[in-house]
Design a protein around this ligand. Structure first.
Ligand code: EPU
Length: 423
């Protein structure tokens, strides 16, 4: 099994290129199912989740060629198989994003229920209720959701909570529904806005993506598309937190500064200098690292996907920081591992109180989910001695060649194979 080995206590200096956004690429790949023609996605990150989605499209009857940074989804040449099996869905919860496109395009979808995951229960009730409002008959049987509708009809859907993939699933379904759909209390994440741009390229009329109310005029047929994916705000934010923790001066190429506002506000408070340089962003931390308080919230609040990385930074700030997680009920799995590295963290329910220490100490630690793994890598950058982050497959789901990117900016980091452990 692969692991990441780091030797800490070096500043980061140099340039890091930010890849395309995973959480924009995944729904857009699923949107290719809405048309039978050949679609081309550019600026796609080289990630395990992209491979898993391409494999899923293949099972559903759509072949693709993944040649990073491009993915070409070929025209439909065989009859569709609108059934997403448990084996793929359990690897990646975002597989549920095929539900809307399949039922809209083929009148039937059978998608394994994703179940819970390390960060929480993560139900999909909002996706299902929304599709029902559009006229789908939904049944849950033998661990699968079966959705059927000869043709979806536009309707008003009011979400009880803001859900990113729920909003995206409904947008894709509504794009092929008869008539107009209004989605209320939508997630406002930049990735939702990006999907709206793609659906408009395909011929649907989407207004308001990126705000809490989205109107979609469905089309009878949709066109294939050619689209370059936006840059990954969470990857960029992760590198900002890494520079904050380790100190130094790094140019983040193509970092999407506007999408990162809530993160940048906190990092500046912590003592980082973050400035736009043309299409890029320069991040420096030369002086003392100060603590700050953060509460996660749906966009434009502080993203839950940056919570673990910010906590790693607070572990070495000069004072007490407080982190409150409000989106997922179990997203503090990195805390015991950070404590093993010498961090002083106390948790009470969904709040963590972090007393900064001057330096962490290298240890062998275990990644539990994607963003938790990134926080352990950041901790390793400011730890004395050697840190080994195990279960790197979590990192590979969401960070393209993180060891090469950080290594290129001066970090002492490498990917190793641990003998005696399964591959
Ligand atoms: N929820 C429900 N019912 C639903 C849907 C969601 O109760 O039908 C709850 C969830 O359990 C959670 C909250 O609503 O407590 C918000 O979940 P959301 O649906 O917004 O999350 P998601 O769409 O499953 C996406 C990202 C996650 C990111 C969250 C929150 C993708 C592919 N995934 O997940 O990304 O954490 O939004 O911003 O876009 C990651 O990249 O590491 C990651 C986990």
């Amino acid at each position: 099994m692969d692991a990441i080995r780091l030797r800490g206590a070096r500043k980061l200096e140099g340039t890091i290129r930010v890849s395309g956004a995973k959480n924009a690429a995944l729904p857009i790949l699923c949107a290719t199912l809405l048309s039978d023609g050949e679609s081309l996605l550019r600026n796609v990150p080289g990630l395990q989740d992209i491979e898993t989605t391409a494999a899923l499209l293949g099972v559903l009857g759509r072949d693709s060629t993944v040649s990073i940074p491009e993915v070409r989804v070929h025209p439909a040449t065989r009859p569709p198989n609108p059934e997403a099996p448990y084996d793929l869905v359990r690897k990646m919860r975002a597989s549920v994003l095929v539900l809307g496109p399949l039922v809209a395009r083929y009148g039937r979808a059978k998608v394994s229920l994703p179940g819970g995951c390390a960060i929480g229960a993560r139900p999909v009730d909002q996706h299902l209720r929304g599709l029902e409002a559009l006229g789908a008959r939904i049944q849950v049987e033998h661990g699968f959701v079966v959705a059927e509708a000869p043709r979806l009809r536009g309707a008003e859907v009011v979400f009880d909570i803001q859900t990113v993939t729920g909003t995206e699933n409904l947008m894709m379904a509504a794009a092929l529904a008869k008539g107009r759909t209004t989605l209320v209390n939508c997630a406002r994440e930049p990735e939702v806005e990006e999907l709206g741009r793609v659906l408009n390229k395909m011929g649907a009329r989407v207004e308001g993506a990126g705000t809490s109310t989205i109107h979609i005029q469905g089309a009878d047929e949709l066109e294939p598309f050619d689209h370059a994916i936006i840059a990954d705000r969470i990857e960029a934010g992760t590198f900002m937190a890494a520079v904050g923790a380790a100190g130094g001066n790094v140019l983040l190429e193509h970092a999407p500064l506007d999408d990162l506002e809530p993160v940048v506000v906190k990092l500046r408070k912590a003592g980082l200098t973050i400035d736009r340089e043309g299409d890029h962003v320069r991040v420096t931390r030369l002086g003392v690292l100060r603590p700050c308080d953060v509460t996660t919230a749906p966009h434009p609040g502080f993203p839950t996907d940056m919570q673990a990385q910010l906590m790693a930074l607070l572990c070495v700030a000069s004072g007490r920081g407080v982190v409150t997680e409000t989106i997922f009920e179990n997203r503090f799995m990195h805390v015991p591992e950070l404590i093993r590295m010498g961090a002083r963290i106390e948790t009470r329910n969904n709040t963590a109180i972090i007393e900064g220490v001057p330096r962490l100490s290298g240890a062998s630690v275990m990644a539990t989910d994607l963003r938790a793994s990134a926080s352990l890598v950041i901790a390793g950058l400011v730890a004395d001695g050697e840190t080994t982050v195990r279960r790197v497959y979590h990192l590979d789901r969401g960070y393209e060649a993180i060891e090469k990117k950080l290594g290129g900016a001066g970090a002492d980091i490498e990917r190793i194979h641990l003998e005696g452990e399964p591959p």
